[in-house]
Design a protein around this ligand. Sequence first.
Ligand SMILES: Cc1cc2nc3c(=O)[nH]c(=O)nc-3n(C[C@H](O)[C@H](O)[C@H](O)COP(=O)(O)O)c2cc1C
Length: 391
Amino acid sequence: MDLFSPCTLGPVSLKNRFLKAATFEGRSPRGEVTDELISFHRVIAQGGVAMTTVAYLAVSSEGRTDRHCIELNDAARDGLTRLTKTVHAEGVAVAAQMGHAGPVGNARSNGAKSLAPSSGVSVMGARLHEASLQDLDRIVHDFSSAATRAMDCGFDSVEIHVGHNYLLSSFLSPKLNRRKDHYGGSLENRARLARDVLGAVRTAVGKNLAVTAKLNMDDGVAGGFGVTEATAVAKMFEDDGNLDALELTGGSSLANPMYLFRGEAPRAEFAKTLPQPIRAGFKVVGKHFMPAYPFEEAYFLNQARVVAKEVSLPLVLLGGVTRPETARVAMEEGFSFVALGRPLLMEPGIINRWASGDEAPSECTHCNKCMPTIYSGTHCVLNGGPMVGAS
Ligand SMILES: Cc1cc2nc3c(=O)[nH]c(=O)nc-3n(C[C@H](O)[C@H](O)[C@H](O)COP(=O)(O)O)c2cc1C
């Protein structure tokens, strides 16, 4: 299959099979859309991907990761509209990754409780508060309103975050979700919130936008959500008929972030982003929270194959794709798209380079030192990444 010929994602025309994966840009102080954020996506768009993804857009102020996260509200409307127009001018589509951070949210920074399926304390010592049924109704409604706003701002696609133990993903986890009501217990119950949200989002945008979800296949946490249950949830999503594609991921921003990335664990750099009292505690829990995992090309492919066997929904392969040959193999196996994060931070023009016939792999070393830069302007520490050549 030709990776570089036009195709469609639901109602959206794409020029090739390569998508920019969500990488929180860190260019929105106090949640404002800045020229730097727009430049970031212009540079990515000029580099050859078919669709870029703005990340991460919260559906409400309590759903932000922290107060520097953009909320999909009226205040962001003009800035996001400028952003989508800028990307469209490059002939590229643009997705909004939408979500509610739930237990991953920084309560102190947000000035709001970190909501979770069940109360408790996170590995990093944050207090988690059980979401009430009223909270859940409100959150479903917030997703629907945010999707309408994303449509008004000119986005082509909305990607609902059902991964990394953000709120919807935390409900799927048997470890984090110990509820006794109809949102807890059986897999059907744990999947209810995500399914309600996807239904509400589809109703809000109709067939005007592509709707996708980023779903965990494995939290990488003992007693957490795993690939067998993920496959069943993918089938539920498929049966509900609300999705145009499903992106497959894994790991937990709450309890095991390195499972998501593989490669070196940038513990020292991460510790520097923490406030002093937590920094001291991190010296003790850091190895626990951030164990290193060896990097392998397409490290989620084996789990993604398990899901692919059972569903016919278009699938996006993500995680450690650094060569066009890997993408070609994925297409031959039935995946529809490939998403890249770190290779595009390092070399925004990598897709143009591959399309021109230079198929040398990404030079990303998976040092993962880009990770802690989300607090100061996300970039590749080896070469500056998307800000090189930005105007
Ligand atoms: C700096 C950085 C920020 C990220 N931010 C997000 C995010 O906001 N939302 C999300 O779903 N994933 C986020 N990710 C994860 C990526 O989408 C992707 O799953 C991961 O980087 C693996 O893909 P890769 O091997 O192509 O980099 C981030 C990754 C990086 C490196």
